[in-house]
Design a protein around this ligand. Structure first.
Ligand code: E4P
Length: 217
């Protein structure tokens, strides 16, 4: 399973990269705004910087919602670096844009996916990645992991090459359960990734080993 970090924060991206487990980065307009990135030039520059830090797929989201605008914007984003993945919302014009970029050999990430039907359409349109938003479904008392399972079944039935990129991850159990289901990728904030490291028995055991090591002289 590939690990992407879901942030536009350069320090956190570097920290995840230094851990040696990072395969890519996803961002969205809210994450960019959180970092105070404003204006087209600053946004493009920020994506370029991320591409220089991480060798892997970097999702850059279009801000427009009509077909023509998404195509123009996506082409500009794709021109920043060969690792840019154009992130497109699951709307009618978005499906058409996914097909356009797929035919052109430009990678895409279909975002804001909340149903198996939407994921099926994204795969039919040739999306490279589909992003079901687990946490946001959980937030409305709907089982987000169940959606990942449904998409896995459908994609396996027809051997669709679209990769499931489980998004809106809130905790380490989301990551573990996605791995059990067979999600191709998870994209997570840094904290849930780091909490995979933690177990009290590891800490206790290490403290004991260190104490005993001192007795060895
Ligand atoms: C996906 O690519 C999105 O950027 C992200 O995972 C959304 O997560 P949130 O629901 O925590 O905002």
């Amino acid at each position: 399973m590939k690990f992407f970090i879901d942030t536009a924060n350069l320090e956190q991206i570097k920290e995840a990269k230094d851990l040696g487990i990072l395969d890519g980065v996803t961002t969205n307009p809210s994450l960019m705004a959180k970092e105070g990135i404003q204006g087209k030039d600053a946004i493009m520059k920020h994506y370029k910087t991320i591409c220089e830090i991480v060798e892997g797929d970097i999702s850059a989201e279009v801000l427009s919602t009509t077909y023509d605008e998404m195509i123009a914007e996506g082409e500009e984003l794709a021109a920043i670096h060969s690792n840019i993945v154009v992130k497109i919302p699951m709307i009618k014009d978005g499906v058409k844009a996914l097909k356009y970029f797929s035919d052109k050999g430009i990678k895409t990430n279909c975002t804001l996916v909340f149903s198996a039907g939407q994921a099926l359409l994204a795969a039919k349109a040739g999306a490279t990645y589909v992003s079901p938003f687990l946490g946001r479904l959980d937030d409305i008392s709907t089982d987000g992991l169940n959606l990942v399972e449904e998409i896995r079944l459908i994609y396996d039935n027809y051997m669709y090459e679209t990769q499931i990129l489980a998004a809106s991850i809130r905790n380490s159990m989301h990551i573990i359960n996605c791995a059990k289901i067979g999600s191709d990728v998870i994209t997570s904030p840094l904290a849930p990734i780091l909490s995979l490291l933690k177990h009290p028995l590891t800490d206790n055991g290490l403290a004991q080993f260190i104490a005993d090591a001192k007795k060895l002289g």
